[in-house]
Design a protein around this ligand. Structure first.
Ligand code: ADP
Ligand code: PRP
Length: 201
């Protein structure tokens, strides 16, 4: 039984991590959220991740310990191989992902659903400042990266006909969480239905 990969992307500060953290408290049945391995210092505010040195990261990567890995913002990010086990068990698996890695992911996992988290641009800077994880200089670089990536991503998804679900998180977080939860239920049910009909045919 094959599960479903849900790859969440969006500008830095759009709320990917907040959405995933909120969902974690009330996850739909058979859904899993992957914890990432990141070369970010331990105890950084925000996302709960496994912090490792660049040397350890490269070792895990070389030994094939990641289902996927990428570099951005001066950091390295890895998704442990457990991802494939969860998918094999028929789970719906959520990953906090990178816009620049979307097309690669769609080659590795053709059934992937991309969730594109969006937020009104004027809110982004303030949200990043409030989060207090990056310096002002780093925040400026992330906002610049957002500007560069936005159009490229839309073009890439359209060109390769990769479908995505646009999730607006400009309003209250709970509204976006509710919307995402509903979508997850729909995707899970659609998968179960299609498995039933394959089994019956
Ligand atoms: N809907 C929202 N309303 C207000 N603040 C939010 C909302 N969603 C997220 N935030 C805040 O914005 C900041 C960035 O969110 P985060 O989840 O870290 O984004 P990302 O993981 O996409 O970079 C955090 O401080 C978070 O608490
Ligand atoms: O290619 P991009 O879409 O820009 O994404 C690059 C990386 O930035 C984000 O991680 P991180 O948690 O470091 O940043 P964020 O929480 O500020 O998005 C995202 O999850 C990717 O790992």
């Amino acid at each position: 039984m094959a599960g479903k990969l849900v790859y969440m992307v969006g500008p830095s500060g759009s709320g990917k991590d907040s959405l995933l953290q909120a969902l974690a408290n009330d996850l739909p049945h058979d859904c899993v959220i992957m914890k990432r391995v990141i070369t970010r210092p331990e105890n950084s505010p925000g996302e709960v991740a496994d912090s490792v040195s660049m040397q350890s990261f490269e070792q895990i990567e070389a030994q094939g310990g990641f289902a996927m890995s990428w570099r951005a913002n001066g950091l390295a990010y890895g998704i442990p191989k457990d991802l494939d086990r969860h998918l094999g068990e028929g789970k719906t698996v959520l990953v906090n992902g990178s816009r620049s890695y979307c097309t690669h992911v769609s080659q590795l996992y053709p059934d992937v659903i991309i969730v594109l988290v969006a937020v009104r641009p004027e809110l982004l800077r303030q949200r990043l400042i409030n989060r207090g994880r990056e310096s002002l200089q780093e925040i400026t670089l992330r906002l610049e990266r957002n500007r560069c990536l936005e159009q490229v991503l839309h073009n890439k998804l359209a060109l390769r006909q990769i479908s995505f679900f646009l999730l607006d998180n400009s309003g209250d977080l709970s509204l976006a969480v509710e919307q995402l939860r509903d979508k997850l239920e729909t995707w899970c049910n659609a998968r179960i239905q299609s498995e039933k009909s394959t089994f019956l045919s």
